[in-house]
Each structure stands twice: as C-alpha cells, then as structure tokens.
Write a new protein. Structure first.
Length: 396
C-alpha cells in the first residue's frame, strides 16, 4: 500500500492534518490505536484560542462549534475568598476564547474525514517506522490480526506523548527539555448547571482548583492532588467537599453539585523535543511537546503545528520546494516555547508546591495581587491566554 502522507494518531493533530491535506488534494492514511468510540469519548481539553476557532471555521469545520461552543470574554482568578476578573475583551482588543470540548472537535473531524471518503484505520497495533532517512519511509502495523506495510512520501507523528513516533528517532538526533511538577490534576465532569458563567482559577492553602464547563448542563472541575493519588481514595462526596472548600468565597458562592459522569487523574509535565523533525518524519502536537494544562494550551499548539506542516507539505507537492518544510521545526518552536513559558508560569503561580516555604508563598500571593491590580500584568496574562497572533507560530 502507498500514500502521500502516513499519519500516526487520530487526535486533534492527526485528524486536522488529514483534513487540511485532503482539502488540498493530498492523500493520507490515518492509523489510530484506539477505537472510534474511545477517541470520541475521551474527556480532555476544553479551551480553544481564537486562532484555533479561526482554523476550524476556515477549514469548514466550525458549524457545530459556532452553535454549541461558549464564547468567553474573561476568566476569574480567585484567592483569599474573593474573585478578580481578567477582562480579555478590554485588555486584548476584543479577543476571547471558546469553550468547546476536545472530544467534540474530534467528533467533528472524524465525521468530516469519513464524509470525504478519507481513510482512518482504528484499532491498529504494533505500529513501527522504517526508512525515515530515505525518500520512501514506511509504516508497519497490525490490523485485525494481519500485518500491513504503508509506503509514504512523508510520515506525520501525531501520536501524542506516549506514542511511537518520537521514539523512532535516534536518541542522539534529539534534545529533550523537561520539567515535572510535584502534583497532578483530578478532573471530574458533572451533570450540573455551571454556577458561574466564566472559568475560575482558584489559589489557596488546600491547593489549586479550577471551575470550567462544557454546556449549560455540564460542569467540568479540577483539583490539584498528589502525583501518585489513587482515584479509589476520592469518593464523589470527598471530591465535592474539597471543591467547595477550595472554591468558596466570602459571599457564599458554591459550585452546583450533580452526578459525576467521569473522573480521572492527569500528571503534569512540561517537555519539548528539538528539532521536531527527523528525515521524512515530522512530529506534531503532544508527540513533540507537552505543557501542564493550567494555561489551556496543548490542543491549541497541536492545531498550530499541523497548520504549519500542512502548508509545508502542500508547497512540496505543488511546487517541489521544501523551503517551508525545512523551516517547520523552527517555525513551530517559537509558539511552542511561548506556550511552555506561559503554562509553567500559570502553574507556578496557582499551585501549592509541597517544598515551598512561607517566603515562597508570600511571593506567589504578591504575584497574584500584581496580576489582578496592574493593567500591564493583567494584559500580559490575557494576551497569552487568548493566544498570540497567528504570526507567532506560522512565520519563521
Ligand atoms: P492526542 O490527543 O494525545 O492524540 C494522539 C492520538 O494518537 C491518540 O488518539 C492516541 O490513541 C493515538 N496513538 C498513540 N500511540 C499510538 C500508536 N502507537 N499508534 C497509533 N496511534 C497511537 N489543551 C488545550 O489546548 N486546552 C485545554 O483546556 C486543555 N486541557 C487539558 C486538560 C487535561 C486534563 C488534559 C489531559 C489535557 C488538556 N489539554 C488541553 C491538552 C490536550 O488535550 C492535548 O494537548 C491534545 O490532546 C494534543 O493533541 P494531539 O493530537 O497532539 O495528541
Ligand atoms: C479546561 C482545562 C484546562 O486545562 C484549563 O486551563 C481550562 C479549562 C477544561 O477542561 O475546561
């Protein structure tokens, strides 16, 4: 079997790349290790930057997002029992974010792919990459117990942080930059009307908490917990008690409780590999870099990478020039490192670090006060949160 671009992974990165290529008349095959049902149910990100919204709209994928997504013009930072609004519209010249679940983006992308007659093979196993240094790289895999080999012009490694693509690159060709954090997030999805109309990031002695939402009937909530935390130790009652304690305000505001639809724990890490390319393999999204979720940047970065990659591949197939492909890594990394810094900064400001002494906590408190009281500091948070202009990630 042969295709122009072999894409490993049907997350937001792999599916969007397939869609952008298909619109330009370039053939690709997507290989995904899980089932369609699994990837469409996996609850993860929820915040889309304006540039991601624009990309979905420009690619003809925005119809349901425009109907069901919730446009927000600010967030609240909460500490010492009081909330402080950061007004994105006012601080960024009218920019905002859209709250629309990642699994909804994935559903829209899968549907568009299948409607266009494009190939996605679900439940593939034992994916391996060969000949990356040659003009004809190959992907081997098992499907329904049979061995297959796909010969490609290019391979896109869009298989997330735990995928095989990054590992197929010889270790001496990559440099890894990394931070781990001494905590994780316990997330729940609850059948309960959101008790507030914008996201709330709360700092306090008991640790960080985040209030978010998915629809007028569904609330999404997160708690900072220990990295080795066992879900079994967190009954629904305990989760609600802790959320009430961390999110409470002096005026008696409370989250609305409801049945818990999903509960999971996610570790926190910052990581980047450079370069994001080896021979004819290009890494995109979480396969190349991850951020702690506090800045809500991961899916947005994944989308930017594949926009840059699609442009490079289209240039190659249309004009034979590899100039844009050669700049791929350098072009993406500028936006990646800005998001790495912002996510690390938000994480450091808002979480309780077990090793911190009272001096460090006073610094955190002072930073929070500065961010909510100084227009310059609020504007810096707002500009990064809504996402820097597209030119930060698409021009070298
Ligand atoms: P993934 O979504 O991980 O997709 C990779 C795909 O590859 C998966 O479907 C996987 O099954 C498949 N795969 C893996 N290995 C193989 C293999 N060997 N063979 C074939 N297929 C394989 N980001 C934001 O922008 N905003 C947010 O608000 C936000 N909040 C988050 C909250 C949480 C709790 C978490 C966990 C993440 C959050 N993120 C957020 C990050 C975001 O979810 C990721 O950055 C995003 O999923 C990256 O997309 P991707 O396509 O690169 O990778
Ligand atoms: C959500 C996740 C995030 O990581 C974040 O910073 C904001 C919102 C969410 O899942 O809604």
């Amino acid at each position: 079997m042969r295709t122009q671009v072999g894409i490993i992974g049907a997350g937001p990165a792999g599916l969007m790349l397939a869609h952008l290529l298909q619109r330009a008349g370039i053939e690709s095959v997507v290989l995904e290790k899980h089932t369609r049902d699994y990837i469409e149910r996996r609850v993860r990100a929820g915040v889309l930057e304006q540039s991601t919204v624009d990309l979905l709209n420009d690619a003809g994928l925005g119809e349901r997002m425009r109907r069901e997504g919730m446009v927000h013009h600010g967030i609240q930072l909460r500490f010492d029992g009081a909330g402080h609004r950061i007004d994105f519209s006012e601080l960024t010249g009218g920019r905002g974010i859209t709250v629309y679940g990642q699994q909804e983006v994935v559903k829209d992308l899968v549907r568009a792919r299948l409607d266009a007659g494009g190939a996605i093979h679900f439940s593939v196993d034992e994916v391996g990459l060969q000949g990356l240094d040659t003009q004809r790289p190959r992907i081997s895999y098992m499907l329904h117990g049979e061995a297959h080999e796909l010969e490609c012009d290019f391979v896109a490694g869009c298989d997330g942080f735990h995928g095989v693509s990054r590992q197929a690159i010889p270790a001496d060709k990559l440099t890894t930059f990394e931070r781990t954090y001494p905590f994780a997030w316990l997330g729940i999805l609850a059948q309960a009307a959101p008790a507030h109309d914008e996201l709330i990031y709360a700092y306090g002695d008991r640790g960080f908490a985040l209030f978010s939402m998915r629809s007028p009937q569904v609330t999404r909530l997160y708690l900072q917990v220990a990295p080795e935390e066992r879900l079994d130790d967190w009954s629904d009652d305990r989760v609600w008690q802790e959320l009430h304690a961390r999110l409470e305000t002096h005026d008696g505001w409370r989250v609305n409780e409801g049945s818990v639809l999903e509960k999971s724990v996610t570790g926190m890490r910052s990581s980047v590999v450079e370069p994001m390319q080896h021979g004819r393999l290009f890494l995109a999204g979480d396969a190349a870099h991850i951020v702690p979720p506090t800045g809500a940047k991961g899916m947005n970065l994944a989308m930017n990478d594949v926009l840059v990659l699609a442009r490079g591949l289209i240039e190659h197939f249309e004009s034979g020039s590899d100039a844009a492909l050669q700049r791929y890594s350098q072009t993406c990394l500028r936006r990646v490192w800005r998001a790495e810094h912002f996510s690390w900064w938000m994480t450091s400001m808002l979480h309780r670090f077990p090793a911190d002494d009272s001096f460090q906590q006073r610094l955190q408190r002072s930073q929070l006060e500065y961010v909510v009281r100084s227009r310059a500091a609020s504007a810096s948070l707002a500009e990064n949160y809504v996402g820097l202009p597209a030119s930060w990630g698409t021009e070298p």
